[in-house]
Design a protein around this ligand. Structure first.
Ligand code: SF4
Length: 409
């Protein structure tokens, strides 16, 4: 396991500034003791009739778009193998037997964060034990140390540090681009872009423009969580709204940036709220076509304020994958993030609509601090073996889905 020594020194702190766009009150900073009662609402969906399921199957075979009602019927359906067959049919039309992966390295510049998302085990407050902020030299040396592995991507997401200046992040991009000019910088979730706008007073477009000028290549999909205000208010009320998240991706797509999308599932959200989430993504994709992939992220329940909640079972996870694949008819790819699912379930998901297993990662902090027991790194040989074992063809891609190499023998 690669390690990076945390530091609490070095990076420049920003002076106090006027706030930019975004909410001005920390509505999510609730008393943690009030969270014990935070539970998923009881939902019992009526079992769909055979005629309803037959009509959905007909629509999928005909390539017709499914409705929110169809999505609910699918969530209420217990026939997981049937759901998997339908999802695989849709996935096969998009990418055949190919399964994508990339060679990448995750770097989290800081875990100091102003927000207090209840599902987050990664964040620390300023001055608290376990908090770290990497210096620019550490950032570069960490990235460069992964270069011999053949990485084509650095995946960079961070806390919303209340004292760091925007230029700290821009300088990180500049230094990384100078050190590794051929490596794609996929950096900063829409929530971070929202935060940079807030601390600088710049528009989202200007923040993105400066990031691109410094070396940004695309945006990761994090921070979407669940768009429904009922859930968002309760689990991550401080950070950007769903509307902000979607608007930032809309602007990024308009600037020619490709972006990813996610949904954090398996906590207090209802099936209706999952469907609302993916249909909002589908609507934006109809408008811009800028999303590359949808990534369902399984909530992990250790060391956070929602530890009393059970985690989604493999059955539930596969249902989320299948229903999402069937509803998101305008998305080319769906990724199983093996760090959160575990490699065995990620491999199984290849028969439930998934065509991407993410990358080699090297070091992961966010979900391991939430109790993920997966390794920090998977070797390329292990990824190839698991994809082939599932009867599929491994395809190494770069960040924007250009094919690097097909392993078809
Ligand atoms: S999820 Fe992100 S924004 Fe929320 S507390 Fe954790 S690091 Fe901060």
């Amino acid at each position: 396991m690669a390690t990076t020594a945390p530091t609490t020194t070095a990076p420049p702190r920003r002076a106090k500034r006027r706030r930019g766009p975004g909410p001005r009150r920390a509505t999510g900073l609730v008393n943690p003791t009030g969270l014990v009662g935070l539970q998923a609402p009881e939902t019992s969906l009526p079992k769909p009739s055979a005629a309803t399921l037959g009509d959905i199957e007909r629509k999928v075979h005909a390539g017709e778009r499914l409705s929110a009602e169809d999505g609910l019927a699918l969530y209420a359906c217990d026939d997981l193998p049937w759901l998997g067959q339908l999802a695989r049919l849709v996935q096969r039309r998009k990418s055949g037997d190919d399964v994508y992966f990339n060679i990448n390295r995750h770097i989290n510049l800081t875990n100091i964060c102003k927000a207090y998302c209840h599902f987050c085990s990664f964040r620390r407050s300023v001055g608290k034990e376990g908090g770290y902020t990497m210096s620019h030299d550490e950032i570069v040396s960490t990235a460069v140390s992964a270069a011999p592995k053949g990485i084509t991507e650095l995946h960079i997401v961070n806390g919303l540090h209340p004292e760091l200046d925007f230029d700290y992040y821009l300088e990180a991009l500049r230094r990384l681009r100078a050190a590794l000019p051929d490596v794609h910088l996929k950096a900063f979730t829409a929530v971070e872009i929202w935060w940079f706008a807030r601390i600088t007073g710049l528009s989202y477009e200007e923040v993105l423009r400066q990031c691109v000028e410094a070396g940004l290549g695309s945006l990761p999909g994090g921070g979407a969580e669940i768009f429904a205000p009922r859930v968002r208010r309760r689990i991550c009320g401080y950070k950007s709204t769903a509307e902000d998240w979607l608007e930032i991706h809309r602007i990024a797509h308009g600037m020619g940036l490709r972006t990813n999308s996610t949904m954090l599932y398996g906590h207090i959200e209802t099936p209706e709220e999952r469907i609302d989430h993916v249909l909002r993504l589908r609507d934006l994709q109809d408008e811009t076509g800028g999303f590359q992939v949808f990534i369902p992220l399984r909530f992990h329940n250790e060391h956070n304020l929602m530890s009393h909640l059970p985690m989604a079972t493999p059955y539930e996870s596969l249902k989320v994958f299948t229903v999402s694949r069937l509803l998101l008819d305008n998305f080319d790819h769906m990724k199983a993030y093996w760090i959160m699912l575990g490699l065995p379930l990620a491999q199984l998901s290849l028969h439930f609509g998934v065509d991407d297993l993410d990358g080699t990662v090297v070091e992961e902090r966010i979900y391991h601090m939430a109790g993920a027991e997966t390794p920090h790194e998977v070797s390329q040989d292990d990824l190839l073996r698991r994809i082939r074992e599932a009867g599929r063809i491994p395809v190494q891609r770069d960040t924007v889905y250009n094919v690097v190499q097909i392993y078809d023998n």
